[in-house]
Design a protein around this ligand. Sequence first.
Ligand code: UD1
Length: 338
Amino acid sequence: MKILVTGGLGFIGSHTVVELQQQGFDVVIIDDCSNADEKVLNGIAAITGIPPLFEKIDLREKNQVVDFFKRHNDIEGVIHFAASKAVGESVREPLLYYENNIGTLVYILKELIQKEKASFIFSSSCTVYGQADAMPITEDAPVKPAESPYGNTKQIGEEIIFDTCKVRANLNAIALRYFNPMGAHPSIEIGELPVGIPQNLVPFITQTGMGVRGQLSVFGDDYPTEDGTCVRDYIHVVDLAKAHVVALQRLLSDKNDTNFEVFNVGTGKGSSVMEVIQSFERVSGKKLKYQIVERRSGDVVEAYADTTKANKVLGWKALSSLDNAMKSAWEWEQKIRA
Ligand code: UD1
């Protein structure tokens, strides 16, 4: 069974390709390599023994999308990762984000709905909840006004799929709302490859540990949390990747209750920035250099998932601990800097 993975050379995409191949799916990757490297294909093949098919396509080029689906008319499902995800950049370049994250989604859905039956998985984010009123966050928590064009593209993306599913029973879709992915494949063949200065906490920590960055800035320690730093739900990228496979299997087996469902994908456990730093220090045996600075604008105080729905309905649960995920992130960082 052939599955298209857009953005399949990226961090979450590449780990999902590995899990799909290991479950026997044939994978075709589309990536424009704007934020990923073709060498990731070698890493995937080193793990699974199967070099995935790859086409370098810019999904903003509608003709190329149409042409791709003509040539691959046996595609039965799409996992759509390809998108831009830097919050700050989205504020400066909103149209880039709307074109990249919304335009491409529309083009793909237009092709998919022409099929007799199609399955679609969308990369959404816990950012849709903003600062939720209660922890842990269930899927019923209200979607709050987006803090950035990036966050807005995730909300609009979900609405586009929802509206399409209402009138197209042949389309089966799931939106996975990711919490904070981190870590690397245990083989250390693939991992996170941020371009430039990392915006996310964990790659910034591991780069600081390697001396690539001088010190970590901790954005605020006066939040109303136990130690004053923000709390997030850090999930091992392999656990997150596996959630995509079970979601896809649900769609393909027609077990879904309605043709559009959303699931939180997290561990259910919140960790503060200080706890993440301590985890790094435990697994690396190194002291991390950091200083407390001003709060970062747009940060929510805390966000961690209620994963009951994914546990019950998908039969999926995150298995890895924070330390285990951190260990893989650290091993990966050491490998790419060697
Ligand atoms: C961020 C985005 C989120 C997006 C996700 C994609 C914001 C407000 N949220 O999530 O919408 O889906 O990235 O990857 O930008 N931190 C530091 N120092 C650093 C970096 C981070 O203290 O150098 C802290 C942050 O304040 C936060 C935590 O670490 O409390 C996690 O930050 P980050 O990795 O950027 O993830 P989110 O902000 O949760």
